[in-house]
Design a protein around this ligand. Structure first.
Ligand code: INI
Length: 157
């Protein structure tokens, strides 16, 4: 029997947990599917509808600012970001995707609130569709599980 202490988060939230979901409107056809996968998973893992807040912003570039503002309110146990940056549809893919991912990471580091990166960055629309509820799963649902695990984990530390 090991004496090592292991701390890890479960995937069921027994205590009230408030979660904000930030959705970029750009590529809304894809993001809508991430959003519904995310909400469905959160509800099936014990999060009440009245504890969910959805905030929409123009695109992935704007997501970090909104996520940071939400995290800094102290109202939410986690913030989930959902968006879709698709290389084929923009010449400035690298700028938008890079700014978004760096900004989301900084929002979490600066506020101490888990800010989950559920933003697709793909080379094609087909790859985005695959990750929005078809053959490669649903990144919004994955982001929901990450948020739950991080909330449960941080409550123990
Ligand atoms: N925003 C996205 O969320 N996804 C994209 O693929 C995208 N493309 O292709 O350009 C995109 N651009 C908009 C950007 O996020 C900002 O809203 C815009 O630049 C205004 O700041």
């Amino acid at each position: 029997m090991s004496a090592i202490k292991i701390i890890e988060g479960s995937l069921v939230l027994r205590e009230k947990s408030r979660i904000a979901i930030v959705c970029g409107r750009f590529n809304g056809f894809i993001v809508d599917h991430l959003e519904s996968g995310c909400i469905d998973t959160l509800k099936r893992h014990g999060v009440a509808e009245e504890d969910l807040t959805i905030v929409r912003c123009p695109g992935a570039f704007e997501i970090p600012l909104v996520a940071r503002r939400l995290a800094a309110t102290g109202t939410y146990d986690a913030v989930i970001t959902l968006g879709a940056v698709i290389r084929g549809s923009t010449p400035h893919f690298d700028h938008v995707a890079g700014a978004c991912s760096r900004g989301v990471a900084a929002a979490a580091a600066d506020t101490g609130v888990p800010v989950v990166f559920g933003v697709l960055t793909t080379d094609s629309i087909e790859q985005a569709v695959e990750r929005a509820g078809t053959k490669a799963g649903n990144k919004g649902a994955d982001a929901a599980l990450t948020a739950i695990e991080m909330i449960a984990l941080l409550r123990q530390i």
